[in-house]
Write a protein that binds this ligand. Sequence first.
Ligand SMILES: Nc1nc2c(c(=O)[nH]1)N[C@H]1C(S)=C(S)[C@@H](COP(=O)(O)OP(=O)(O)OC[C@H]3O[C@@H](n4cnc5c(=O)[nH]c(N)nc54)[C@H](O)[C@@H]3O)O[C@H]1N2
Ligand SMILES: Nc1nc2c(c(=O)[nH]1)N[C@H]1C(S)=C(S)[C@@H](COP(=O)(O)OP(=O)(O)OC[C@H]3O[C@@H](n4cnc5c(=O)[nH]c(N)nc54)[C@H](O)[C@@H]3O)O[C@H]1N2
Ligand code: SF4
Ligand SMILES: [Mo]
Length: 741
Amino acid sequence: MSPSPSPSAVHFRTCNLCEAMCGLRIETAGDRVTSIRGDDEDPFSQGHICPKAVALQDLHEDPDRLRHPVRRTASGWQPLSWKEALDETAKRLHAVQKQHGRDAVGVYVGNPTVHNHGAMLLLPFFMKALRTRNKFSATSVDQLPHHVASYLMFGHQLLIPIPDIDRTRFMLILGANPLASNGSLMTAPGVRGRLKAIQQRGGKVVVVDPRRTETARIADEHLFIRPGTDALWLFSLLHVLLQAGPKLGRLADFTDGLVHVKELARDFTPERAAVHTGIPADTTRRLALELAASSSAVCYGRVGVSTQPFGALCQWLINVINVVTGNMDREGGAMFTLPAFDLIKGPRAMTAGRGSMGRWKSRVRGLAEFGGELPVSALGEEMLTPGEGQIRAMVTSAGNPVVSTPNGRQLDQAFGSLDFMVSIDPYINETTRHAHIILPPVTQLERGHFDLVFNAFAVRNTVKYSRPLFTPPPGSLHDWEIFLELKHRLDTLRGEPLTRGELPYRALKALGPEGILDLGLRAGPYGMRLRPWRRGLSLARLEAQPHGVDLGPLQPCLPERLVTRGRRLQLAPEPLVADVDRLRQAFPAAAPASVSEDALLLIGRRHVRDNNSWMHNVPRLVSGKPRCTLMVHPDDARRLGLEEGQEALVTSRVGEVKAPVNVTDEVMPGVVSLPHGYGHGRQGIQMQVAGAHAGVSINDVTDDQVLDAIGGNAAFSGIQVRVQPVQSMSTTVQPRQSAIE
Ligand SMILES: Nc1nc2c(c(=O)[nH]1)N[C@H]1C(S)=C(S)[C@@H](COP(=O)(O)OP(=O)(O)OC[C@H]3O[C@@H](n4cnc5c(=O)[nH]c(N)nc54)[C@H](O)[C@@H]3O)O[C@H]1N2
Ligand SMILES: Nc1nc2c(c(=O)[nH]1)N[C@H]1C(S)=C(S)[C@@H](COP(=O)(O)OP(=O)(O)OC[C@H]3O[C@@H](n4cnc5c(=O)[nH]c(N)nc54)[C@H](O)[C@@H]3O)O[C@H]1N2
Ligand code: SF4
Ligand SMILES: [Mo]
């Protein structure tokens, strides 16, 4: 690593580890970081940070982080040059496609990609060069239902309404724990303060969650809900709201489908929902009326309501509730961010696709694509099931599907059976240990940073560009350069004509992500092109403002920003309407849902000092009490004969894990909770600290066959499991026999 320009220096930067976009003030001495603190002058985050920020230094210095490409051999991992690594990767991918067809190469792209503008901007070119329909990403274990709802209602998958948290007077939160996650599809640094401020201005915060989370604890009201039943509850809330009378306001002029929604909601009474959700009908009625009466209100739902069998219905109903209470696209309601680099409107090469549904299907199970991707729940079977079109080679980039996606053990087996696998990743972890070649990119601090994605989902319009802190060591490559080099080699091997191969390669290499960024900023809604006067943005102008620029509060923008035909808001899109029957069947009017006798419902959990699966190699983030514990309600613990600290065996259809029990009434009776992102005890992982805090992977028990029918998102919430004490396993004691009900 070469030294930074001056021996000691102060840098301002945005943290790219989660969605909150906190401004950092980083001091360096030569090539070392000496301190990381919050940047008080960042207009958006105003000095807020969380304990993960300092890990940027640890990740940079981590001795386990790969500094050069490696190849897996019989005698262990061997270094190889970038040229060898890239040449061989392209050659092997090409050979597999030549022999077995285009779709024989699959690709999985993980979460850190969206925190990396270089990767985001150049990935599409690499994807195109791969020419496969077997594309997968972390989207289908996360926010896919938001995209489905936005695509069908507003005409663009990225036109996602964001809670106007700073001006609302009533916030109804389902399946999100921003105090641990720091907010998601709601970039809001210092979210605790923003929630507290709602209360301070006389407003109210309500949390609906099967666990009394950190967020629930600071809320005015918390309701337990039986996992997976939110769509039913949202319908019953809507039922009351519509009975009381919808008030669409300004939106009435361009909204279609209200009549249809009214018909659908008619039989979803709060009484009917109560049987399944566990939320008393009176509570639902009262909350609906409070929501309707509040001068502004917003309903917001995230991972807990997206990762369930009715995730798309949930995100749709949340939008519908915001519309019929007059809170969509209104101050204090759910609004649309207008980012400086606009992914929705602008030059085609700089915008994201609107979305698409069902243009093709997965080979084995016939699951439909969305936005050009297949549900990752199908990845394992696509590798393991023989036949034409079977995936025989994989590319993974910035992802760890073995621990992040359902039925991880099956993926372990599948990745282990491939003809070839390449991983673009700095670590040898649960997934990449199966690769034949690993290509490690430069670190966070060695690249510039611009939040292409999270500026578009922020609770304020804001923009910032951060320069790299350190110059990468000579010869190392950025993620985007790896994509571009592989694309170039694949094009060459295929003999692509100059205009499709060599010329775009040279142009993109010369432009680089910063060049594209500059063009996008200039062409964007605050750009030089539209505002040639002083304030118009370009990359250079942004670089001159290291703390970032505040572009003001969110503004109403409908119908202009709609991308639907005739700029109409679709309240009752056909595919979602058609799915309501499935909901009715799953939750019949009288009988409770069919859960087998002794089953418990498993949900996930996030902790402030975790970040999905990949930051457990940072000693200061894993210190303290082990966090990978199974939360069990005292009633269930008693019935099952489980005690605090004791090991429990958790079994599902697909597998089992053992975890220490934490007896707590934080979870509702009948529900158990285990965090995701652990399970570092597998053989061959080269992450020493993580290995010493291994935990187990919840996704060894989540089920690749349980997913949302619309879009195909994985349904992690409410997986049916059996739980029993480990030592009684060899005896004949069955969980139910110790019941004391
Ligand atoms: N510290 C930390 N921060 C992170 C991450 C991390 O791993 N660690 N990950 C980042 C990423 S990638 C994302 S997408 C965001 C996610 O951000 P959030 O969505 O805020 O994440 P979670 O904390 O998982 O919150 C989900 C909540 O849903 C609840 N839940 C589970 N099942 C149900 C259900 O059926 N119904 C209801 N109503 N609730 C349910 C859970 O108990 C949990 O409290 O966080 C980001 N930030
Ligand atoms: N049961 C359950 N499972 C879940 C969730 C849940 O709530 N419950 N949450 C889901 C969610 S919301 C998400 S987003 C997914 C995440 O799923 P993934 O994205 O597949 O997994 P991560 O743990 O984020 O792994 C990130 C990988 O990227 C690497 N990496 C880090 N930075 C970089 C970089 O700059 N460049 C490159 N090339 N690689 C980098 C890391 O070493 C690691 O291997 O997990 C999902 N899985
Ligand atoms: S909240 Fe997120 S963005 Fe802010 S410091 Fe923590 S990890 Fe970084
Ligand atoms: Mo995520």
